[in-house]
Write a protein that binds this ligand. Structure first.
Ligand SMILES: [Zn+2]
Length: 136
């Protein structure tokens, strides 16, 4: 048995932590909680903290969003390749559409949402990692 769940994932987000899941048998790493290892089927999984830094691997601009994000469209949905080598789907914020670049350095941040619906009351997003010192 383990306590790997989406609820637990978001409760770590509320503490400002991005957590991934590691398989103790085959060492596979996942950025999103899984009930069991997709590679070896083991349920012997444990939480590992991820640094929350990476780069933009791909993105989509969402013009017609889910109703709860209606007033935020258009927004950017990106696939972030984390330093640990796993990928994570995330909103990308604090960047203009014309400044978006594949490979740009990103880092995680957390925000409270307006709704109180558990487990989504704190969500994560990525923003440009300005501490990376790269000249655009
Ligand atoms: Zn495994």
């Amino acid at each position: 048995m383990n306590n790997i769940s989406v609820e637990q994932f978001y409760s770590f987000c509320a503490q400002g932590k991005l957590m991934g899941v590691k398989c103790e048998e085959c060492k596979a790493l996942y950025s999103v909680p899984k009930p069991f290892c997709l590679k070896c089927n083991s349920k012997n999984l444990s939480w590992v903290q991820l640094k929350g830094v990476g780069k933009l691997a791909s993105y989509t601009i969402v013009y017609v969003p889910h109703p709860s994000f209606q007033n935020e469209a258009p927004y950017i949905l990106g696939v972030v390749e984390l330093e640990e080598g796993v990928k994570l789907l995330s909103r990308i914020k604090n960047v203009k559409l014309e400044e978006l670049k594949i490979g740009m350095p990103l880092k995680i941040d957390f925000e409270k949402t307006e709704g109180n619906a558990w487990p989504n009351w704190v969500r994560y997003y990525f923003k440009p990692n300005l501490t990376e010192n790269n000249i655009l």
